[in-house]
Design a protein around this ligand. Sequence first.
Ligand SMILES: Cc1cc2nc3c(=O)[nH]c(=O)nc-3n(C[C@H](O)[C@H](O)[C@H](O)COP(=O)(O)OP(=O)(O)OC[C@H]3O[C@@H](n4cnc5c(N)ncnc54)[C@H](O)[C@@H]3O)c2cc1C
Length: 527
Amino acid sequence: MKNKADVIIIGAGISGLVCALESLRQGKKVIILDAQSRERAGGLARVAFGGMALIDTPEQKSKGIRDSAEIAFNDWCSFAEFGLKDHWPKQWAKYYTENSISEIYEYVKSLGLKFLPAVNWVERGLYTPGNSLPRYHILWGASLRLVTQLIKQLAEYENNLLTYQFQCRATKLIKTADSIIGCCATNKQHQEVEYYAEAVVVASGGFTGNLDKVRQEWPEDWGEPQAGLLNGTHPSNDGKMHDCVEDIGGQTSNMHNMWNYAAGIPNPNADFENHGLSLIPPRSAIWIDNKGHRIGPEPLVSSFDTMHMCRQINRLQIPHSWQIMNRRIALKELAISGSEHNTAIRDRQFITMLKEVLLGNKKLVDKMLRESDHFIQADKLEDLVPKMNNLTPNSPVSFDALKNTLDRFDQVVSRKESLWNDDQLRRIMSIRKWGTDKLRACYPKPIQGGTPLIAIKLNLITRKCLGGIKTDLSCRVLNMAEQPIKGLYAIGEASGFGGGGTNGKRSLEGTFLSGCILTARQAARSI
Ligand SMILES: Cc1cc2nc3c(=O)[nH]c(=O)nc-3n(C[C@H](O)[C@H](O)[C@H](O)COP(=O)(O)OP(=O)(O)OC[C@H]3O[C@@H](n4cnc5c(N)ncnc54)[C@H](O)[C@@H]3O)c2cc1C
C-alpha cells in the first residue's frame, strides 16, 4: 500500500532529515511529509547560521580550553534554572553534554563538514552563570551545507525506501485504543489523505512563527509582549502539531520558555507578514529606550544573557528601542543572524570572510543603510535625531536626553583607561581578552568622535521554542501520566530539543541545530 511505511516523519527540517536518514540506514521504509515545497526541505536550517555548542573538541583543545561534560553540564543547569518537573529536560541536558562529540561533532564530520578553527564565547552569563568557557563552534558552509549533504545522502533511497510528500500538511494523528498508527493530512491537491506506520515522528519545529501563539504563551512576568514583535522564523512553524499531540493525550511542557532576541528589524525583503531579521547587536553601541535614555541600570551588552536582555527590554513596555553607534563600530561589530547575511561562511569563501573580519563588513552595513528604513545615518546628532523621529513620530526621541546619554558615556571613555568606570566598558574589555571575540569588539572610543553616526530602531524578534512536546530519552511522547504513547515520537524543536525543554529558561546558545541532530538520531535508534 502506497501510504504505508515503517516510519512517518512529519516535517522535513534538519531533525526530520536526520531521523529519516538514520531510519533508512536501518532498512526501514520512510514517508516524510512537509507542508512546504521541496525547495524548502531542511526547514529553518536552510537559513540558520550553523553555530553549535560542543564540548571538549579538538578545536577547543588547540586553543588551550580544557572543557568537560561535567563543566558543561554545570553551566547548562545554571543557565537553564530547571524546575522540579524538569526530569526529562535535565536528562537530555546530561545526554547532550556527555555525548556531543560522538553524536553531533563526529556525525557532522562524517557528512563531510568542517568547523571553523575559531571557538566563540557566547552567553557567558550576567547574574546567572552561563558558559564558563568558549564552546560555540561555527559550521563552515553554515547549516545550509549540512542540509545539502543530508539531502544528497537521502536521494540514494528515493524511489526505493523513501517517499517525500511535499506541500502535504499533517492535520491529525490517528489513534487506536492504545497507540498511534498514522496521521491524516491535506495534500498538494487539497485532498484529505491518510498515512499509516508503526511509528509516527513529530518533527514539525516550534511555534514561534505563529505570533498569536507566542503572545498566548508569553511569560507572565515579562509584561505584555512588545507590540512590534517580529517573526524570526517562518509561518509554517505554527505549533499546530503541538495541538494535535495534545488532542490525543500527549503532553507539552515549558511552552512559555522561548529564545527570542532583542535586536530585530523588519526584513527589507520580507517573505511574509512581520518577517524580521535578527541583528547581532554591536556591543560598543549605546542601547537607549524610545525617548533617548540609556537602558539600565545595567547597560545592555550582548554575549552575556540574551534572555535577561529581552526580558529587561520587554518589561520597560516601550514600543521599540534604539542602538546608537558610529560607522567604525558598525563596520566591525554589526552582523545579522543566519546564512543569508553571512555569505562568506555559507559559500565557504575564506579570503572574503577574513577581509570582513579584519577590515569590517562594509558590504553588510551599506546594504542595510540602503535597504532598511530602520537604519538611519547622519554626520551630526542634530541631524540624526530628526531623522529618527521621522520614523517614529508618535514616540519621538528627546534630543537633550540622547545628547546627555552620549555625552556622559563619551566623557568617561575619553579619560585614560585606568579611569574608566562604566559597566559596558568593563564588559567590552573582558570580551576583548578572548582572541576570537576581540575581532568583533572595538577598542572603546567616544561614540560622537567617529562619524557618521548610525541609529538602528529595534524590536524584539521571536526565534526558538525552548519548550515543546514532552518526551523521554528515547524520544517517546509522554502522556499526562508520564507514560510513553505507543507509536508516537517527537524530535528537534517540536520536542523542545529533547524532553519538552532541555534548555530550561536559557540556552548556552548553539544548542538547537545540534539538539535536533541529537534527538533525531536517538529517535531513529529507539523506533
Ligand atoms: C535565522 C536563523 C538562524 C539560526 N541560527 C542557528 C544557529 O546558528 N545555531 C542553532 O543551533 N540554531 C539556529 N537556529 C535555530 C535552528 O535553525 C532551528 O531550531 C532548527 O533548524 C529547527 O529544526 P527542526 O527540524 O526541529 O524544525 P524546522 O526547521 O522548523 O522544520 C520543521 C518542518 O516541519 C514542517 N511542518 C510544520 N508543521 C507541519 C505539518 N503540520 N505538516 C507537515 N509539515 C509540517 C515545516 O514546514 C518545516 O519544514 C536558527 C534559526 C534561524 C531562523
